[in-house]
Design a protein around this ligand. Sequence first.
Ligand code: SAM
Length: 218
Amino acid sequence: MTDSKKRFDKKGSGNMNNIAKTVFAPIYPVIVDNIIRRFGINEGICIDLGSGPASLSIAVAEKTDLDVIAFDYSEDMQEAASKNIIEAGLEGRITLTCGDVHDMPFGDDYADLIISRGSMFFWDDIHTAFKEIYRILKPGGKTYIGGGFGNKELFESVSAEMIRKNPEWEEFSRKNMSDENIKRFKDMLVDIGVPDYDIIHGDEGFWVVISKKTSGAL
Ligand code: SAM
């Protein structure tokens, strides 16, 4: 198992599930509102990459008619997600798929919306992962992939609570949202030749928006 994957074993998954259901709980519906306001995509297939305990997937299923695939490589996370989806009564709307973002079991032009929160900072090879994302995105589809808490108030309240729980979290979060890291993702999008992308960086968080116009891979 790679070091990055070990982080999401039984203990790591338990911690993430706990945070998602407490400190982070208010952020997921706000993030989904931001996605709907920006893109107006309400139906079709949505894939949530690195879905963890599936809190974002659950918010999407509650607020839209999208069929959601909660995709994650950690079986322990998927176990927590499965319980949360049943608890929310959304078994018919959310499918769990176990796999790695670097090599995904979906056909070309598959998903209308690809979302991900707090996962891309852990990906080993962002060039390969984003080529895969582009390949499985449907023409007309959008991505909203990155990190953040939805708005300024939530950023402030969630950050304060996370730093209180774990002072090291402040540096981890600062690095993820830094100009250097944003440049790293921008350079990658240019390197792999994504024709149409936008970077959101502000109160909403840091998000990579890709708009795919024509069919196929890069
Ligand atoms: N998105 C969830 C949320 O915001 O509540 C969970 C975020 S958690 C910090 C990061 C998740 O990304 C973990 O569940 C981890 O297993 C998953 N992940 C990291 N690298 C991955 C990869 N290469 N392929 C699939 N999942 C991955």
